[in-house]
Design a protein around this ligand. Structure first.
Ligand SMILES: [Zn+2]
Ligand SMILES: [Zn+2]
Length: 316
């Protein structure tokens, strides 16, 4: 029996590509989507069966499980790309003047509203705001975002940027040889106005500052491990308000990055690869734990009238 295209049902020039049987036209579409300049729109309600509609053909390909990310790691390209994205993020974080912008502002305009830093000393609010903004901008450049509609990107990024920013913050503090989370110049991560609240809950605040870092010191991540883990944390498909098609894509992407991390561990640690992988993934649980505690502090701040910047406030 001749194979038929699993997406459009065509019979001619069908081959096994990207993990499914596809015809040549559908294969070309998979290849082209990341570089398409114009948005793909459907003239109907995004459920037409017209094979010429790119939007609907693309959605079908996603739902039947086409492996869009197969070529992402060719010749170590993935690490290079992530590493340069992260360097940009870090440079912006260390050199830009803080600005209190909303999540939507950053999604729309990226870092274009920011200018070179003129301030010498920044407050914890300002560092936090910049940390969040640069993280959202980093997430905007993730490979999966090229396939998502803006509203799907917003829906998932809105629920994960904070977590990703905390992870990056912890790794950066560890690089500064700190045993607790701090901003550059040894600025505490919590605002000064909250000192009296902190006095009443010393254990809570110290656990937030130290829990994740102590595990990071124990594991001593390589750059590759750090990058892949940040992407796994950032691309969590289990959030609400997401289209089926968006969820599917982010989930494919996250599994692709996880399997790249597993492969990396196997190469680097041989027989201990699976253990190393497990240890790395356990960091996500500690991070979730830290987030729960942060949510509690955010409630305390609200009750006591401690002001926070937009990107912190919008998240909780
Ligand atoms: Zn086809
Ligand atoms: Zn359509």
């Amino acid at each position: 029996m001749l194979p038929i295209c699993q997406s459009c049902g065509k019979l001619n020039r069908v081959g096994f590509n990207y993990g499914i049987f596809v015809c040549n036209a559908c294969k070309q579409l998979i290849r082209r989507v990341p570089n398409m300049k114009t948005a793909m729109n459907c003239k109907q309600n995004e459920d037409c069966l017209n094979n010429k509609c790119r939007r609907c053909s693309f959605s079908r390909l996603v739902l039947i499980g086409a492996n869009f990310f197969r070529d992402l790691d060719k010749n170590g390209r993935l690490f290079q790309e992530l590493s340069s994205m992260n360097q940009n993020r870090s440079t912006s974080f260390l050199t830009f003047q803080p600005k209190d912008l909303s999540f939507e502002d950053i999604v729309d305009r990226g870092m274009s509203d920011f200018s070179k830093r003129t301030k010498e000393k920044m407050s914890s609010h300002e560092w936090a705001s910049l940390q969040m903004a640069t993280t959202v901008d980093f997430m905007k450049k993730l490979q999966v975002v090229r396939y998502l509609t803006q509203s799907d990107f917003c829906n998932f990024a809105k629920r994960t940027y904070f977590k990703c920013a905390i992870f990056i913050m912890a790794v950066e503090s560890k690089e500064l040889k700190m045993e607790r989370m701090v901003f550059p110049g040894n600025i505490d991560v919590f605002p000064e106005e909250s000192i009296s609240i902190q006095h009443n809950h010393p254990e809570l605040f110290n656990r937030i500052r130290c829990q994740l870092i102590s595990k990071l010191i124990e594991l001593n991540l390589t750059e590759e491990e750090f990058l892949l883990l940040s992407v796994i944390i950032a691309s969590d498909p289990n959030v609400e308000g997401f289209s089926d098609h968006g969820k599917e894509l982010v989930s494919h992407y996250q599994s692709f990055i996880s399997s790249t991390l597993m492969k990396y561990c196997m190469q680097m640690y041989g027989r201990n690869g699976p253990n190393r992988f497990g240890d790395l993934i356990s960091l996500i649980q500690i991070l979730t734990n830290t987030m729960e505690k942060l949510e509690y502090t955010s409630t305390l701040f609200d009750i006591c009238g401690v002001n926070t910047n937009k990107l912190v406030k919008e998240f909780f």
